[in-house]
Design a protein around this ligand. Structure first.
Ligand code: APR
Ligand code: ZN
Ligand code: ZN
Length: 368
């Protein structure tokens, strides 16, 4: 079938809205008519060439929609199901999947980074027949997509579908970083450095898990205001104060139990480690251009401070995403509050540029 998608042809150029060809789902795949897609800072990283991918590629990895076709054979989802898409599509069988770490699925990672689905091919091509890459097996900047069935997480009928798109990345990554990767404990002091879409969710993850002092750190006063709405009990303006000194002072000279870096700068990763108490844990969520190195005083590690990497909030998509939807339905998880603009598909370039200016939290593409 033909559909319309925002395609990246060359790095550092605007996405083009092209007519593209989309193939039917094969076994263990489904097609989804997108209802909405969030625009994430990682999409901008992709456009800027910070993440190696095969061009052309259809960006977008945060979306919600309705299943329109199911590949041959048994399927976990059916035509008509309302789904949130996960940008890791676990195989269910590899060592990582079998041991409860599906975010690290070793079967998915290769084809996912090549722009393919699990069988090593893409379902997208241009009208001349040239292959177009999927982004993380999804490509939610297309009006219709064909994705692995394990990417499509069914959600109940009685929840508004469009806002749930942001659960697919911002919510899952941010909450997962604190709850799954960081394993925050009741009463812990938690600092979140960078209060954009991901950081705000790290803050609300800390709130939901019963953290004690929850400190939002940003250079932008508007983001600090948002941080307080999402659960921060205290804030630090990093443009005015030294972050590590402020955090250590706010915790009685100890340092925080858990620090999350949600920007992607080597300096703020080092700051996160410097802000920890002895034995504390830093979780790095932000993405930097591949090859970026971090410099840390080894003495800090001697005191058993830990720096943990974090891929997709150590998410177990089929387990965690339905729980986040339930928490939203129960009024405990802020989701609509993340969406600062609703836009058309041809306005995605403008939404990507907003990240560079620090404007807004999440723009939500609405498909008709
Ligand atoms: N100190 C504190 N805050 C900063 C600093 C700094 N030196 N520099 C930038 N920030 C803040 C920005 O003001 C912004 O609020 O970090 C926040 C980053 O948020 P977004 O640009 O909205 O990005 P987001 O979508 O939240 O993603 C954050 O996680 O998944 C990755 O690729 C993603 O690297 C990105 C990071
Ligand atoms: Zn994202
Ligand atoms: Zn696997």
């Amino acid at each position: 079938m033909r559909t319309k998608a925002a395609v990246l042809h060359d790095f550092n150029t605007p996405l083009a809205i092209d007519e593209v060809e989309l193939q039917e789902p094969k076994a263990n795949e489904v097609s989804v008519k997108m209802v909405s897609s969030g625009v994430c800072h990682s999409d901008l990283h992709l456009v800027q060439g910070h993440i190696p991918v095969n061009l052309p590629i259809i960006c977008g990895h945060e979306g919600a929609g309705i299943v329109t076709a199911v590949g041959p054979g048994p399927s976990t989802v059916q035509v008509g199901d309302r789904v949130v898409l996960s940008w890791v599509s676990p195989c269910g069988n590899c060592n990582y999947c079998a041991t409860g770490n599906p975010a690290l699925c070793v079967t998915a990672i290769g084809p996912s980074y090549e722009g393919q689905l699990h069988d090593g091919t893409s379902r997208f091509s241009d009208l001349e027949g040239t292959t177009i890459s999927h982004h993380l097996m999804l490509s939610t900047f297309s009006q219709e997509v064909t994705v692995p069935a394990s990417a499509a997480i069914r959600v109940p009928e009685d929840v508004p579908l469009a806002p749930l798109a942001v659960i697919g990345c911002a919510v899952s990554t941010g909450i997962g970083a604190v709850v799954n990767t960081g394993n925050v404990q009741l009463g812990d002091s938690v600092a979140v450095i960078g209060c954009g879409g991901v950081g705000l969710n790290a803050l609300q993850g800390a709130r939901l898990r019963g953290a004690g002092k929850i400190i939002g750190v940003d250079v932008n006063e508007e983001k600090l205001e948002a941080a307080r709405r999402f659960g921060a009990t205290h804030t630090v303006n990093a443009a005015e104060e030294d972050t590590a000194e402020a955090l250590i002072a706010m915790t009685g000279g100890m340092g925080v139990d858990l620090a999350v870096e949600a920007i992607g700068h080597p300096q703020t990763v080092a700051t996160a480690v410097r802000s920890l108490r002895r034995g504390g844990t830093a979780v790095q969520v932000g993405i930097a251009p591949y090859g970026t190195e971090v410099s840390i005083d080894m003495t800090l590690l001697l005191d058993e401070r830990k720096l943990l990497g974090c891929y997709y909030g150590s998410l177990r998509p089929a387990f965690d995403i339905p729980r986040y939807v339930d928490l939203y339905r129960a009024g405990k998880l802020l989701v609509e509050e993340l969406i600062t603009a609703e836009i058309e598909q041809d306005e995605i370039n403008g939404a990507l540029n907003q990240f560079e200016r620090g404007e807004g939290i999440r723009s939500l593409v609405r498909y008709s």
